[in-house]
Design a protein around this ligand. Structure first.
Ligand SMILES: *[C@@H]1O[C@H](CO)[C@@H](O)[C@H](O)[C@H]1NC(C)=O
Length: 335
């Protein structure tokens, strides 16, 4: 008996789950590629992914697709470390060869196509030689001075530990980049061996593993976090750098080529007529700068013109300076 196409399991009782398990392990032995979707009825992403799976089932008659309600089969979920839904596992010859965490339809399609077409499958994680993987992990851990390998993203953490880690780092204004281990099974498994650390999240500074959440909490408690991890520049420092980016800096709505308000356009015309070089910053693209600069310079409106990091003023002042013939020396920093 070979199951092709889409099979739907949604048993809720343990008894049925056991029957299901038997069927399931039977399946593992007989089909060429088996894709198992661990889903939950309350998660809308899972419903979407079920549609994707139904489409794939039509295209790939030799692949079997199975839906398992993750919470109805805790033994299976635990065995395969299913900590969130949707998660997909790929099996060939009874062996798990790949997994995909999250509702990534293109990625699912790619993996199904790849595994369905490869005749004799390579064992898990060996698609690239090990040296390649180590090199890749080395590059990834060095991708930023401070790298967080986590479940999900800082905006949308997908486990409580990752969430707490992000909160601690943000609280201490630490600048970090992150990698979602759910997006890449090879990295997820590889990094555990590479760093000899079995769990996530993992925090790296200059490519060196600092540790997981417990260690970060200890460092926080002993006030060492700030000395180990690089701090994000404070807004004030950022504004100082920005206002000094060019000798003449115009903070405006839009840019040199295209002003997005009449005042900004007029000030561009005046600056253009002086022939002095200047750079612009589009405050519409950066809410932090837009709000921050008002306080930093105690000037509530835009455009704002700066010479050598000092505020000259807005359109009215620039017009006055032009009319009194003082604009050019001011722009050249002679006043
Ligand atoms: C100002 O000069 C820039 C070129 O430096 C040009 O692209 C822009 O259209 C000019 N703006 C105005 C309003 O004259």
């Amino acid at each position: 008996m070979i199951f092709n196409g889409l099979i739907i399991f949604c048993y809720r009782t343990i008894k049925k789950a056991i029957v299901l398990l038997k069927n399931w392990f039977f399946l593992l032995n007989v089909v060429s590629l088996l894709v198992v979707h661990f889903w939950a009825p309350w998660a809308p992403q899972c419903a979407q992914m079920n549609d994707v799976m139904a489409e794939l089932a039509k295209e790939q008659p030799r692949v079997s697709f199975v839906k398992l309600e993750a919470e109805a089969v805790p033994e299976v979920s635990e065995k395969y470390e299913i900590s969130s839904v949707p998660t997909f596992l790929f099996f060939k010859n009874s062996q798990k060869i790949d997994r995909l965490d999250g509702a990534h339809a293109p990625e699912l399609t790619k993996k199904v196509q790849r595994h369905a077409s490869s005749g004799s499958f390579p064992p898990s994680g060996n698609e690239h030689p090990k040296e390649d993987l180590n090199l890749r992990l080395k590059k990834l851990t060095h991708a930023a001075p401070c790298m967080l390998f986590m479940k999900g993203t800082p905006q949308e953490p997908r486990c409580g530990f990752s969430k707490q880690m992000v909160e601690i780092l943000n609280k201490h204004n630490i600048q970090f980049s992150s990698f979602d281990i759910f997006s890449d099974e090879e990295v997820r498994q590889g990094l555990k061996t590479y760093s000899n650390w079995p769990t996530y999240p993992q925090l790296y500074v200059s490519g060196e593993l600092i540790g997981g959440l417990d260690i970060i909490k200890e460092l926080e408690a002993s006030d060492e976090l700030g000395t180990i991890c690089p701090k994000a520049p404070k807004l004030e420092e950022r504004l100082k750098v920005l206002t000094n980016k060019a000798s003449v800096m115009l903070f405006m709505k839009g840019n040199k080529q295209e002003a997005k308000c009449g005042f900004s356009k007029q000030i561009l015309e005046i600056l253009n007529s002086t022939g002095v070089e200047y750079e612009t910053f589009d405050i519409l693209e950066d809410e932090e700068v837009r709000q921050g600069l008002k306080t930093y310079s105690n000037w509530p409106t835009y455009p704002q013109l700066y010479v050598k990091g000092e505020l000259v003023g807005g359109l009215d002042i620039v017009k006055e300076l032009r009319d009194s013939g003082e604009l050019l020396p001011v722009l050249k920093g002679e006043n």
